[in-house]
Structure formats: C-alpha cells, structure tokens
Write a protein that binds this ligand. Structure first.
Ligand code: GLA
Ligand code: ZN
Length: 688
C-alpha cells in the first residue's frame, strides 16, 4: 500500500527538481509516473533522441528511493511529425481532418503514426530497461476507441470485415442489406457510418461492427507497444490508465495483455459531480482483470480546464482516496504534483499550487500517505472477494449507444439501480465479464443483456441449472451478435429458463407507471415496461396503472437447482431495496448492514483475516451498525455494535469473529476457497 504522484519535470525549471524531491519524500511519496506527454522533449527532431533530462531526474529520484513508471508519449505526437505526415490527423464523420493543438490528434491506424510510435517506444524501452528507478510502464494515456473516418480506416475496416465474414454474401445476409437497397456487390461499397443523408441512422449491424473495429484498432495499437516493452524490458510491469465506466471501447481486450489495470478517478469535476466518490467505477476497474489495481490519477483538489469544478475539502479528498483502496487499489497516485503554470490544464490542481509552496493539499496527501504506510502490514496482500456479481460487456454499451430506444435505458444506469441497493447492504460487488467463472457467485445480475450470444445464453443457463440465482432485466435477448433482432418471443434464448414470454411492451421513457409487489407496497417505474405472460414463472409484482394494469411486471422462476428473476421494468430505488432484500435473504448472502445514505462499506481479505473499510461522504457524522466484533486500525472503536464516523470520516477495522456466512451452499461454494487462493497467488505475483 503506497502513494505516488504524476510528475512533469519537463514542464518546470530544472532548478525546482531538488525541492520537488525533498517535498515528495516528506509526503510519503514513493512512486512517480512521468513522461507520458513528453514526446517533443524526448525526440525534438526525427530520430534525434534527448533522454539526458529524464536520466537526470530518474537518477535523483532513485537516490532517495522513489520509483518511476514511464508513460509512452504517443498521446501527444510532436508538431514535426504532423508537419511531415499530415495524414496522421484523424478525420471526423464528415471526413474533415482535425488539426494540431491539444492532444490525441492522431489516427491509430495510420502507418506513419504506428511506425514513429514504435520507434520512440523502442528507444525508450531499450534505454530504460535497466535503470534502477524504473519499475514499469504505462502505455499511451487514457486510450479510447480510434474515432477516425479517414480512407486508411475505411480500407482497414473492409479488410477486417473480409477476415471476419469471408464472403460478401455473408455480410449481406447477416446485416439484412435488402432493407433500403443496401446490398453490396463489392467490398469497396461498404461505407463507414459517416455523415449521410439521414444523419446517424446507418444499419445497426454496420454500426456495431464499426464500433468493434474502432476498439480493435486501439487494442492493436497498444499491443505493438506491449510487444516492444516486453522484448526490451522483460522485468518491468506494463499497465494502462483506464477511465472507470468509460464505454467507447472494449476494456477487457485492452487489458488482456497488461499485468494489471490502473485507472483515473476524478469524482468532482466541472462536468459531473459525484459527492459519493466512484465506488462503481472502482469495482468495474477491479473486475476487468479480477484483481487489485492502481489508481494512476487520483483527484487531488479543484479540477477544470477553462471552467472549474467545486473545491472538495481535504477530508473529502482523503475519503475518496480511501474508497479506492476499499474497492481494491493498492497504490494511489495523485494527479498531479505541481499545478501547471502553462497549457490547457492550468486549473487542474495538483498537490502544490502554482506558487510551489507546501500548503493544505500537500499536508493532506502526506497524512494519507502516512496512513497507507502504517496500514500496509495488515492490508498488503488483501483482495476484494464477493458473493454477488453484475455482468458487464462492451457490446451492450455499444448497442444501447447506437439505439438508446427510450430515455433512461443506459446500461450503467441500470447497473446503478441494482448496485446502489447492494451497496446499501454493505456487500462487496464484483463487476465481471460473462466468460468469468460464474459458479463462485451466489447471485448474478445481468443488466439488460440485449446482445445475446448463444455462448452467453448457455453460460447463464448452466449457472442457474447448477443452483445460482440470476436477475434478468427488460430488453434481454433482443439482438443477435450482429445487432439484428432475434425472431423468437422475448427474452428469446433465455425465455424457457425465465418461465415467461414478453407479450407486449411500452417504451415509457420519462412517463411513469406503478407496480405493486407481493407485500402490497407500490413503486414508481419508468423507462420501459414489458407485459409478461407466465409460462411457469410466478409473478412477484404487477402493474397497477397504465395499459398493462393487472399484468405481471416482475417474475420468479425456479429452474434446475437455481432461480431466475425477470424484472420487466425499471423502478425507483425503494423497489430494488425491497426486491434485492428478499432475494439476498433467499440466497442467504451476508453479512449485511443497513448503511446510512452516503456511507460506503467494502471488505478486503486475505487468508484468515477480513478488513472492513467505511467511508462517510456526508458533511456530518453518521452512526453505522456493524456486524460482529471489529478491531479499529484507523478511526473510532465500535461501541455496542456501532461505529460513529465523523464528517467525511474513514474507518478501517479488522473483523474478529464475523459470522462465517460466506461459506454456504451457493453454486461452486466448495471450490471458492481454492479459487480465492489461486487469485491471491496471482495477485502476489503481479505485485511482487
Ligand atoms: C486525464 C488525463 C490527464 C489529465 C487529467 C486532467 O485523466 O489522463 O492527463 O488530462 O485528465 O484533465
Ligand atoms: Zn483513420
């Protein structure tokens, strides 16, 4: 457990370095990330490298025991490269070429971009493979789908389709191009989803395939860098800084050949304010490789480019940093060290202000660094283990972004509805891909599994057959893997298992309707309403208003050794509290808490020890009833089964004698310990 900072020595005068390093040491900083935007300083002219400044700062850092992660600088190609190869600039949907000036102004498929990217990465990897301060690499910076519509991308897309489909007839058949006379008789006829007469309304199959292609282009671009670094610096780790719930590309593919995931966390910024931190984003990030992560950029103060977000208090910042640890971060790197005096990010505040004097944020970071160091002994080697998981796949995001269907049907929003209810109970939640080992979970939630492959249908069916509890949602099984509508009754391949058929539906959007659950309580629902016919399932909620009044809205069906719930609509928070409470009882999942709003709880464990981390994001104190006996490592001692957390307070507790409810009768319960041991060993390897 340790802390670091993102450091840009090339953006300040070298005379500041000695003081920077002395202050970093005083703040418990033991790792820095550097150089990810420094291409013009590292290669000022084509082929002429200038690494001496980076050598000097690395030597100085090493002399005091600070380690370094080097970023490959390919997010900011220098002006000379663009001047020589203007086709590196990406083209937008109107095929207009974007220009120089900020960053990421490059098409990742452009062969000159690729070649020059490989050269600078190779030069760096060779030069720094043996530098004693360097421990690992970050590829590029916050990679996203390659958003480019240039002729090179068009050619590559067609080749990609040819490799995938083999014959043009197969494309025509799968995409149903008879619709609007779109049948192709030559590969060159296939368009990109660029601006056309009817705007964005291209064939949904073309659009989905193009999203996959854009994602794959980025994965391939990164892979070239991974191969080079592995070859020249085989003892270094390779990671990348992902963006939480970002969904432009397939993060599972992006992370496949990385050693571990890192991520960037800015809950309070000018565009969105999340005063409760980012617990879901943290769980999504841990779920990508199902192991602990680094935070490579953690919010450290006021954020903003031309306009600024609100000033978070120091206590809030500490709370948000601890929350990432609670959810699986082992290293927290703060963005950034000095606040930039120049450039776009002059107002994105770092540990030091523009004046370079250690002030409040410096002291806050130092205090957090000290806590992390002191708690390293108990927390090192711990990981987050869960009985409940939510499925996530990027095809689902693409498909809903292409066809949102009705207001309120975003995948993350639906995930959030279930997630919030689970977190109120203080349960750990994993967010995992459908090909993960499902048998170790007692409860699995599939938010609208809209694109349903035969493989996923078989995996989910097997999970329930073996005794798992599964929650399905409206808009499940609507599409096949090329985004064409399936023609069986909804939810198509999962209908038999769910014991229902969707007889009709209403895309409610903002319009509200109501449902009543079996205990008589009534809840507001919106976004979507399925009218369900029971084919063996029993109804646990009925619509009480609107065209479907009296018809089943939510059902339950026993199947094999397990059970499937189908939520045909999306409701207010109370509906999920009530239904999940009942489902968690039936699956005997615990220990559960009843957390006050704004308090986050997560468990980390290693063999023989469990730790509870509580974070109170409220500006007033909160009392939390806690399960079992807890030994305080940080924060107030529990009194008569309760803990008082001050405003923005954090508590870290070792559980002594928490009832062993996790060992139970769920599917795969018998081998879950063996699996957990495997994970511990793997994460120990990754972090040693
Ligand atoms: C991102 C980037 C950083 C920086 C911050 C603040 O997370 O990775 O380089 O730009 O945002 O804007
Ligand atoms: Zn391109």
């Amino acid at each position: 457990m340790r802390i670091g900072v993102d450091y840009y020595p090339e953006q300040c005068d070298e005379s500041c370095w000695a003081e920077d390093i002395a202050l970093m040491r005083a703040a418990e900083i033991s790792v820095v990330r550097m150089a990810e935007f420094a291409w013009s300083r590292l290669e000022p002219a084509e082929g002429s490298y200038e690494f001496s400044w980076l050598d000097r700062i690395l030597d100085k850092l090493h002399a005091v025991g600070i380690q370094a992660v080097l970023g490959t600088p390919t997010a900011t190609p220098p002006a000379w490269l663009h001047a020589r190869f203007p086709e590196i600039f990406p083209a937008d949907k109107r095929q207009y070429r974007l220009g120089f000036g900020t960053r990421e102004q490059r098409c990742l498929n452009n062969p000159d971009m690729r070649a020059h990217g490989r050269r600078i990465v190779e030069a760096l990897a060779r030069h720094y493979a043996k530098h004693p301060a360097v421990i690992g690499w970050q590829t590029d910076n916050e990679l996203a789908a390659n958003l480019c519509y240039c002729p090179i991308c068009a050619d590559k897309f067609r080749t990609w389709l040819k490799d995938k489909y083999g014959f043009l007839e197969a494309v025509n058949a799968a995409w149903g191009t008879a619709f609007w006379s779109q049948e192709y008789s030559d590969w060159s006829h296939i368009p990109l989803p660029w601006e056309a007469k009817c705007g964005d309304h291209h064939n949904p199959s073309l659009q989905l395939e193009f999203r996959r292609f854009q994602s794959q282009s980025t994965v391939e671009f990164q892979q070239e860098q991974i191969d080079i670094i592995r070859k020249h610096a085989p003892n270094h780790f390779i990671t990348h800084n992902l963006m939480g719930t970002h969904s432009s590309m397939d993060y599972y593919e992006l992370a496949r050949n990385l050693d571990f995931v890192s991520w960037d966390n800015y809950p309070i910024n000018p565009w969105s304010e999340d005063p409760f931190g980012s617990p879901l984003a943290a769980d999504v990030m841990r779920g990508i490789k199902q192991r602990n992560v680094w935070v490579m950029e953690q919010q450290n103060g006021i954020t903003g480019w031309n306009t600024l977000g609100r000033r978070p208090t120091g206590e809030w910042l500490r709370c948000a940093a601890w929350q990432t640890v609670a959810h699986g971060a082992d290293t927290v790197v703060f963005f950034r060290w000095r606040t930039a005096a120049h450039g776009t990010e002059q107002y994105w505040h770092g540990v030091l202000n523009h004046d370079g004097k250690p002030r409040r944020r410096f002291r806050e970071v130092a205090a957090f660094g000290w806590e992390m160091r002191v708690l390293s002994d108990p927390l090192d080697g711990t990981e987050v283990r869960s009985d409940v998981a939510i499925l996530n796949a990027y095809d689902q995001h693409y498909a809903f972004e292409i066809q949102p269907q009705a207001e309120g049907l975003s995948v993350w929003r639906q995930v959030g509805l279930h997630y919030t209810a689970l977190k109120k109970c203080g349960l750990n939640v994993d967010v995992i891909p459908p090909n993960a080992e499902l048998g170790r979970y007692r409860l699995l939630i599939a938010p609208s599994w809209y694109i349903l492959s035969e493989g996923d249908a078989a995996r989910l069916t097997e999970y329930v057959r073996q005794g798992g509890t599964l929650i399905l949602n409206a808009r499940t099984g609507v599409k096949d893997c090329v985004n064409a509508c399936r023609t069986q009754p909804l939810p198509t391949l999962l209908g038999e298992m769910a014991g229902i058929e969707v007889d009709d539906y209403d895309p409610l959007g903002k319009a509200e309707c109501t449902v009543r659950i079996s205990d008589g309580r009534e809840y507001t629902v919106a976004a979507w309403a399925d009218a369900l016919t029971l084919n063996g399932a029993s109804a646990i909620a009925h619509y009480t208003r609107g065209v479907f009044a009296g018809e089943p809205a939510i059902t339950c069906h026993e199947f094999g050794l397990g059970c499937v719930y189908y939520f045909g609509t999306f409701g207010e928070a109370g509906l999920y509290d009530a239904l999940l409470g009942r489902i968690l009882d039936e699956a005997s999942i615990g220990p559960r808490m009843n957390l006050p709003e704004g308090v986050d709880a997560n468990w980390r464990e290693k063999d023989g020890a469990r730790f509870l981390i509580l974070c109170n994001f409220n500006p007033e104190e909160r009392t939390v009833a806690v399960p079992g006996a807890l030994l305080p490592l940080l924060g107030e001692a529990p009194h008569e089964g309760s803990v008082v957390l001050p405003a923005y307070g954090v508590g870290v507790y070792e559980a002594v004698g928490v009832e062993e409810v996790r060992k139970g009768t769920g599917p795969g319960a018998s081998d879950s310990d063996a699996h957990a041991e495997g994970l511990t060993a793997a994460s120990a390897r990754a972090h040693s």
